[in-house]
Design a protein around this ligand. Sequence first.
Ligand SMILES: C[S@@+](CC[C@H](N)C(=O)[O-])C[C@H]1O[C@@H](n2cnc3c(N)ncnc32)[C@H](O)[C@@H]1O
Length: 217
Amino acid sequence: MNFNRVAPYFERLEKIVFNKQMQRCRTAFISNLPPVKKIALVGEGNGQFLLELIQQSDCEQIHYIDSSQTMLELAQKRVQRFSKDAPSRVQFHLCDLSVQEMPDQNYDLVVTNFFLDVFDKPLLNKCILKIAASCKTNAVWLYADFQISGGIIQRIRALAWVKMMYLFFKFVAQLQTQKLLDPAEMLENQGFKLKELREFNRGLMRAELRQRDINPR
Ligand SMILES: C[S@@+](CC[C@H](N)C(=O)[O-])C[C@H]1O[C@@H](n2cnc3c(N)ncnc32)[C@H](O)[C@@H]1O
């Protein structure tokens, strides 16, 4: 799997297809975050969420994590264009979480926007375990992704969209899975309980704010 080829077109494509809905979904809970000291943005891509976070949070340690060199460079340029000082708050890590460990530990907040949907079940479980293990006891997890839910018409519409997107990413990014999995149970098993949920684009996307209880199952 490699997002380098599609990276330069990702934002334009997203806006043509979904207008501002993906960004609304990513940033749904950005203004209700508790004060945090250390944040990991995993599979952050071209840095659209990162820039919003820099503008809305004064957190001094933000770790950008992605396996695509092109995505990482796009995110770096976006941050540099915004401000000369902002990059000092961000560490950029080129890291393939399917084979490497998280670059650091003790995160208060982890963010996975449209990232967990790229994995099959074993890899999804492995990545969630790695991310969860890098978090502090009461960490917050912001999750945004596509979903198949709702009534029959809504589900058929979502299935059609998801099928098309997976086919597209199979060709442009060699995506290995063709099935959208719901990570809710795996997140719950790691103690991350659902606190808030919002849906976008007639239920095609959902944003969740989860927080870990002190005693995970
Ligand atoms: C669908 S894109 C989403 C990007 C961004 N979070 C967003 O909301 O637009 C998935 C991102 O995950 C990254 N990615 C895929 N597999 C990865 C892995 N094993 N480890 C780290 N990043 C990965 C890709 O390079 C890509 O930037």
